[in-house]
Write a protein that binds this ligand. Structure first.
Ligand code: AMP
Length: 112
């Protein structure tokens, strides 16, 4: 059994507030939202971080990004930010690749 919390969500062992799922990817609400809308997008396949993605993951990660755009469009979002943290120093706390979608407040640049 995987110890990875996002693998457990992908396998249905841990509940999440799912907003989208298909056979390859999932989107669910962040437990600790940093914006009025804060969703996480994951591949079901365990990839620790974007820096560990392989060429063979290219189609999967392309699909994941297309799903981010579709979910945002379906939610009526026009202005939103998509980020991924790679490594502890960049703020990554869960070692399963995920894109954050943040919306509903002003997004500053550069990010902190
Ligand atoms: P990061 O710090 O970039 O790795 O982002 C991990 C995110 O996962 C954080 O924003 C957490 O609030 C969120 N998170 C951790 N566990 C869960 C969970 N079980 N369900 C939903 N979001 C979670």
């Amino acid at each position: 059994m995987s110890a990875c919390i996002f693998c457990k969500i992908a396998e249905g062992e841990v509940q999440s507030q799912t907003v989208y799922e298909d056979d390859r990817v999932m989107a669910f609400k962040d437990l600790n939202p940093a914006a009025p809308t804060h969703l996480l997008f994951i591949p079901r396949k365990h990839i620790a971080r974007v820096g560990e993605a392989a060429e063979a993951d290219a189609e999967l990660l392309g699909h994941l990004q297309v799903v981010v755009g579709k979910v945002a469009k379906d939610a009526g979002l026009k202005d939103f930010r998509v980020v991924t943290n790679n490594g502890r120093g960049a703020g990554q706390s869960v070692d399963h690749l995920h894109y954050h979608l943040l919306a509903g407040r002003r997004m500053n640049w550069p990010p902190g």
